[in-house]
Design a protein around this ligand. Structure first.
Ligand code: C5P
Length: 247
């Protein structure tokens, strides 16, 4: 995998035109494009097909969380859509996660295609200790411990990876093994604005901490020169890989 293929660009925009302008500009410089709730609910699956028609890989980030049958059906739709990866919530529990993983595998086998990577969201970074204990009634555990426990649960149920904080990657890697994919948002190069992200990590640090893919939005999309921002991030990742001795 080339360094730039680890970059997933978040297309956090409202319209297909804005999304496609970014895709056309950046398609040779990142590994995949993330279509999240904002864009998908505004324009639907057509934008995914348009990105794929230009040769782009798509990460559909809709964070499915429902009864097993419903989530499994949505997983079959994602497989038919041909996205490279999509998200669900680990908090949906083992029956939901395993029904989803099985449905994706079966649908991909029927179609004769590679199954998309099922990524589980563990504990959202907006959840703090107080929310965990007082609102969600999960007592006696730290946010990080819950994230690691849920990552392990997702892995055991057949998910291919998780979305996690770069600060949780080492513990999750230890619990879930080397093949489990770790995708981390909250990335800011030193030269970019922090915006509303608080606990941030640079692209190089994230890779050194064990991330397989990094999700980057505004550090690229709002840069004066998005192509050069993406290139610089790719170079930082390459340097980190060199220091780690991986390629
Ligand atoms: O612009 P920025 O790089 O902050 O965008 C990060 C992307 O990653 C957004 O699409 C955001 O929803 C997502 N994300 C995040 N933090 C999380 C989970 C997802 O920033 N904990």
């Amino acid at each position: 995998m080339q360094a730039k293929e680890r970059i997933i660009l978040a297309l956090d925009v409202d319209t297909e035109d804005e999304a496609m302008t970014l895709v056309e500009k950046l398609r040779g410089h990142v590994g995949a494009f993330k279509v999240g709730m904002q864009l998908y609910t505004a324009v639907g699956p057509d934008v995914v097909r348009r990105i794929q028609n230009l040769g782009g890989s798509v990460f559909v980030d809709l964070k499915f969380h429902d009864i097993p049958n419903t989530v499994a059906s949505a997983g079959r739709v994602m497989t038919r859509l041909g996205c490279a990866m999509f998200t669900t919530h680990a908090a949906g529990g083992t029956p939901m996660l395993s029904a989803l993983a099985q449905a994706v595998k079966d649908e991909a086998a029927t179609l004769g295609v590679e199954p998309p990577l099922v990524l589980a969201v563990t504990v959202l970074t907006s959840i703090d200790q107080r929310i965990l204990e007082e609102d969600l009634l999960i007592g006696g555990m730290s946010v990080k411990d819950v994230a690691v426990r849920w990552a392990h649960l997702a892995e055991a149920a057949g998910a291919g990876g998780v979305i996690c904080s770069p600060l949780e990657t080492a513990a999750i890697r230890a619990a879930c093994g080397p093949r489990f994919k770790l995708v981390t948002p909250g990335i800011r190069p030193r030269w970019a604005a922090k915006n509303d992200q608080r606990r941030i990590t640079t692209p190089g640090e994230a890779v050194k901490l064990g991330a397989d893919y990094i999700v980057v939005g505004r550090a690229i999309t709002q840069a004066d020169d998005p192509v050069s921002a993406a290139r610089r991030i790719g170079e930082e990742i390459e340097q980190a890989e060199g220091e780690l001795g991986v390629k």
